[in-house]
Design a protein around this ligand. Structure first.
Ligand code: EPS
Length: 359
């Protein structure tokens, strides 16, 4: 039993669609909790005017009845309100009538750092819009909706996932960059409390929880680095300083430090899971970098279009969703169960066997 997620959707298409399979039956979902995370993702300093057009809300098309999962594929939809302005350009079927609205001209000026050039070459595209639309970070709205579902499942076994921006100078950096028509990135941290020892496995590379979380977070648009625990700092320490000594108390076997970020040998060790992600500065620049016009082959400046100065605070919510989904997936693999009751009971009896309780 495992959890899977597929997201379909283009940034200016009609909607984003997330399909989640592998949920147990009987999980209660709260629309407000999902919409709350969607709203958090839209907020944050440095976002583009696009966020004033969108009011992201989840619609459920399948897999839920009267607020409870059915144990069948769950289909979540987040509509793109901006699609109304792109209806001709982003029409799924050949558009009728004269071109109108936004995006009617082919894009041929790839932006360094965006999907434009790699996508055009890989898929043989003449209009870069065919590459950037699905690659766009707009897509993360649907992943956040799925992540909120994963959080609801994790809450049933006492796991809570929360993130924050690392560093306190983000707003100043954004103001300074905006004044110079530039962009910034940043670092975010996600922590998961209540994760029992034993999620993930060293049996194969694919099962290692640290590799899976790194993949989940690196798979988010604009993330270029991932760290588990004190990952990079540990490299410069001695072994005697780098590891977390084992002690026994009334909660079972625990650690007094957590340099490993809650994972050893690809398996959760019962301490808080700590994942950090480094986000690159966004690639759509109001003072564009050098590029080449793919239509003429001549040097040119990269495309300039509406964009964010930063989306670091949005990444907090998206990274929470990625970590939550992967932890929920690992928990489904470990605990199984077609109904939520089976899943929760399996968790309880496992904790009894290992004599462990969360901090
Ligand atoms: C993005 C470009 C901008 C961002 C978008 C990601 O979109 P637009 O071109 O419509 O202004 O706003 O992010 C979102 C729409 C969102 O909801 O996060 C990009 O090129 O990746």
């Amino acid at each position: 039993m495992t959890l899977e997620l597929v997201v379909a959707g283009e940034s200016h298409g009609p909607a984003l669609v997330a399909v989640v399979t592998g949920l147990p039956a009987g999980l209660v979902l709260e629309q407000d909790a999902i919409d709350g995370d969607l709203r958090r993702r839209q907020q944050g300093y440095g976002r583009s005017p696009r966020q004033q057009i969108e009011t992201d809300e989840v619609e459920v098309l399948a897999g839920l009845r009267h607020g409870r999962t059915l144990g069948t594929p769950l289909a979540l939809v987040v509509r793109n309100r901006d699609h109304a302005n792109w209806a001709w350009s982003m029409s799924p079927w050949p558009p009728e009538g004269e071109p109108s609205g936004k995006g009617t001209k082919a894009m041929t000026l790839p932006r360094p750092g965006h999907a434009d050039l790699a996508g055009a070459l890989k898929f043989g595209l003449a209009d870069l819009r065919d590459a950037l639309e699905h690659a766009s970070a707009r897509h993360t709205a649907a992943a956040v909706a799925a992540g909120a579902v994963a959080k609801a499942l994790l809450a049933e076994i006492g796991i809570a996932v929360a993130g924050q921006v690392v560093g306190d100078d983000l707003e100043q950096r954004i103001d300074a960059a905006r004044a110079e028509r530039d962009t910034v990135g940043g670092v975010v941290e996600v922590r998961a409390r209540g994760v029992p020892p034993g999620l993930g496995s060293y049996a194969t590379r694919e099962q290692r929880l640290d590799a899976r979380l790194a993949g989940a977070v690196m798979g988010i648009q604009a993330v270029k680095g991932v760290e588990i625990g004190d990952g990079f700092e540990i490299a410069g320490l001695r072994g005697s300083q780098a590891h977390d000594e084992i002690v026994r108390d009334e909660r079972g076997l625990h650690r007094e430090t957590n340099r490993a970020g809650g994972i050893e040998a690809g398996v959760s060790n019962g301490e808080e899971i700590v994942v950090r992600a480094a986000m690159k500065p966004l690639p759509t620049l109001m003072r564009p970098l050098r590029s080449v016009d793919l239509e003429t082959g001549q040097p040119a400046e990269a495309l300039v279009e509406r964009s964010d100065v930063a989306a670091v605070e949005a990444l907090v919510v998206v990274a929470e969703a990625g970590v939550a989904f992967e932890l929920a997936r690992a928990a489904r693999e470990k605990l199984g169960g077609d109904s939520l009751v089976d899943f929760v009971n399996a968790h309880r009896s496992y904790l009894e066997r290992i004599d462990w309780s969360p901090r």
